[in-house]
Design a protein around this ligand. Structure first.
Ligand code: ZN
Ligand code: ZN
Length: 235
């Protein structure tokens, strides 16, 4: 692996919210973590954009604290104009809610996810289909740039996807919401996503698939904690 294909992985908070009474962990805070990938030549690749702003029903239900994407990138020393491409782990409003901030930039999405996202109630169409928002439909695993591979990991949603990223230290996995937390990855008690999905078999298959990668470190979309695979292992 040449350094030219190596990326730095920069996680950032892309919003927080409070779980409502009729969901697991009522009253507790939830976090949405997005990831910025930075190449040696300054190019940026974005994995998720975060919770959108100003939706009365979602505001009443989740009391979200949004983090505007330009502010988040600014605090990392960067601007939207450096982003060359992007993807979302899936198109729910907590991960793709600020896609409207990156018009004209290709956003890679599984065709199955694009299709379900147009069904009523799945997401907030005004956020994911704002003016100029540009999707590039893919099917299955796809190398989108040297050092960045999209892995198809359906389960939480039909077109969920994760990223395997080449870094100087080795491959790093951005699991998205294919796994809810560090605890679920390590098969310990804690926040988990498997019991709430419509298709548990696919969820488990995707999880096994992620454990079989050569990743040295794993990041999650709903947990700031990471797993260092060499010292903590997998299943
Ligand atoms: Zn979701
Ligand atoms: Zn989510």
């Amino acid at each position: 692996m040449g350094d030219a294909d190596a990326w730095e992985v920069l996680p950032f908070d892309a919003g927080t919210f409070t779980f409502p009474d009729d969901e697991p962990w009522p009253g507790e805070q939830g976090v949405v973590v997005a990831h910025l990938l930075r190449a040696g030549d300054g190019r940026l690749f974005l994995f998720d954009t975060g919770i959108g702003e100003g939706h009365p029903a979602l505001d009443a239900r989740y009391d979200p604290v949004e983090r505007p994407l330009p502010d988040a990138l600014g605090e990392l020393g960067h601007g939207i104009e450096q982003v060359v491409a992007a993807t979302n782990c899936h198109l729910h409003a907590d991960h793709a809610g600020q896609n409207h901030h990156i018009p004209g930039i290709p956003i890679y999405v599984q065709r199955a996810e694009r299709e379900i996202a147009s069904t009523p109630g799945y997401t907030v169409p005004a956020w994911i289909d704002g003016p100029g928002v540009t999707y590039a439909a893919i099917d299955g695993d796809t190398d989108v740039l040297p050092g960045i591979r999209i892995l198809s990991t359906p389960g939480h949603s039909p077109g969920h996807q994760s990223l395997l990223v080449t870094t100087r230290r080795g491959p790093v996995l951005l699991a998205g919401q294919a796994v809810y937390s560090r605890e679920e990855w390590l098969d310990r008690p804690g926040r988990e996503g498997r019991s709430g999905v419509r298709d548990p078999a696919r969820y488990e298959a995707s999880l096994r698939r992620l454990h079989a990668t050569a990743a040295i470190r794993v990041h999650f979309a709903h947990d700031r904690a990471v797993v260092d695979v060499a010292s903590e292992g997998g299943l």
